[in-house]
Design a protein around this ligand. Structure first.
Ligand SMILES: Cc1cc2nc3c(=O)[nH]c(=O)nc-3n(C[C@H](O)[C@H](O)[C@H](O)COP(=O)(O)OP(=O)(O)OC[C@H]3O[C@@H](n4cnc5c(N)ncnc54)[C@H](O)[C@@H]3O)c2cc1C
Length: 384
């Protein structure tokens, strides 16, 4: 067991930090912090990150991916601005799903634009009536000759309004147990009838979290992905990979809050000395540091298990739930260390707090993650 990053991993991390400082942050600073970025700026950001191989870490190099280890991807992920990390993940997980479920001909048609980052992608799965339980969805696809027709409404589509490609999960039938069977359909919003709008949210506000309405949305029948079997299984597999990544986005936000709090505690004086010298302030700092390190290690471990091909369901669920829950509490503590300053816009901590609050919902809410871990421990599914 080695708790140190290798020399190569340190380089990966350092180059991610310098990419964010030199290339990404100036673009973000040129736009309001509380509005979704325009598509032109998103394209610039995707071009920058494509050069680092972030468009397709889960696709083998023989198929145009970079074959990056998930752990290395996680190291980079932790350094990205959290909303952009979610956006990149939405893109690359969509590419991974399309790749896994496409025929050779469909791969030839869809993959080049996704791998190069020229086409921005998102996955439309959640619906007003179906979130944690995707089999409860009602969006339906019906094939009519050369066309496939989609009807339904999707919510919380990351990258929705800026996407060139949406992978829309739809019902296409019923299995022997009477459950809906799911399939994925590739939709190009620019050339079909889908209405997409951004939803205002409490955090991650430079990103795009969108609603999409499909009304007799006709796409070529060849866009129905037909090589992957039931699309519900691929959702589970890819969510397992997403969970520790989302946990690391929470860690990245909390590290910023911690650095700021430790710094402030070293200069702010009360009762005749710096507050860092008061025992209870030290406890707050110690709690924040513990939240960061425990979350980081659990997320790294889950990603390493994926790299080793071990069963990661419980570990990934544990990592994300621990990270988002503890990091949210830790950022709140960092605000507390700042006293009144902590709740001002000026200090910037409130934005970290609002951003981290978003992360306990996607790719499995805390409750669902608890049930996944519980199922791994007991062998009993307690969802229904
Ligand atoms: C930042 C962000 C990005 C997202 N990106 C995408 C995306 O790209 N594509 C997409 O399709 N969706 C996306 N989502 C949506 C997300 O996946 C769903 O919001 C999530 O799955 C929860 O679904 P829901 O909101 O319908 O809540 P519900 O499933 O309705 O849950 C409501 C509450 O009930 C609890 N609950 C539900 N079932 C159980 C149970 N069996 N036992 C105990 N408690 C339960 C939940 O934990 C939750 O507290 C995103 C969401 C966010 C916040």
């Amino acid at each position: 067991m080695d708790f140190q990053l290798s020399e190569e991993q340190n380089l990966v991390r350092e180059s991610a930090i310098s990419m964010v400082e030199l290339d990404i942050q100036p673009i973000l600073n040129a736009h309001p912090a509380d509005r979704p970025l325009p598509k032109a700026a998103m394209r610039e950001l995707f071009a920058i990150t494509a050069r680092q191989g972030l468009m397709a870490p889960r696709i083998p190099p023989t198929e145009g991916g970079v074959g990056m280890k998930m752990l290395d991807y996680g190291l980079i992920f932790e350094c990205l601005p959290a909303w952009f990390a979610v956006s990149i993940m939405a893109h690359e997980v969509t590419a991974a799903r399309i790749f896994a479920e496409a025929t050779a001909e469909q791969r030839r048609s869809f993959m080049p634009g996704l791998l190069s980052g020229q086409n921005i992608a998102g996955s439309a799965t959640s619906e007003p009536g179906a979130g944690s339980d995707p089999r409860g969805m009602t969006t339906r696809v019906e094939v009519d000759g050369d066309s496939a027709i989609i009807n339904g409404r999707k919510l919380w589509v990351s990258n929705g309004t800026v996407a060139d490609i949406l992978a829309v999960t739809c019902i296409d039938g019923v299995d022997a147990k009477g459950r809906n069977t799911l399939t994925r359909v590739v939709v190009e919003p620019a050339v079909c009838s889908v209405e997409i709008r951004d939803i205002e949210t409490v955090g991650l506000q430079q990103g795009h979290l969108s609603e999409a309405r499909f009304e007799d949305c006709r796409v070529p029948a060849k866009n129905v992905l037909s090589a992957g079997g039931d699309a519900a299984r691929m959702l589970t597999v890819t969510w397992n990979g997403n969970r520790p990544l989302v946990g690391l986005a929470a860690v990245g936000l909390t590290q910023k809050a911690f650095d700021q709090a430790a710094n402030y505690a070293g200069v702010r004086e009360q009762f005749g000395k710096v507050i860092a010298g008061h025992q209870l302030v030290q406890r707050n700092l110690a709690d924040i540091e513990t939240a960061i390190l425990s979350s980081r290690l659990l997320c790294y471990r889950a990603l390493d298990m994926i790299d080793r091909g071990e069963r990661e369901n419980g570990a990934a669920a544990m990592a994300k739930r621990h990270a988002t829950k503890n990091c949210e509490a830790a950022i709140s503590l960092a605000m507390q260390v700042h006293g009144g300053m902590g709740i001002t816009r000026e200090a910037g901590l409130e934005q970290l707090w609002r951003d981290v609050r978003m992360l306990s919902v996607p790719d499995g809410t805390d409750d669902i993650l608890t049930l996944i871990q519980g199922r791994e421990i007991t062998g009993i599914a307690a969802f229904r």
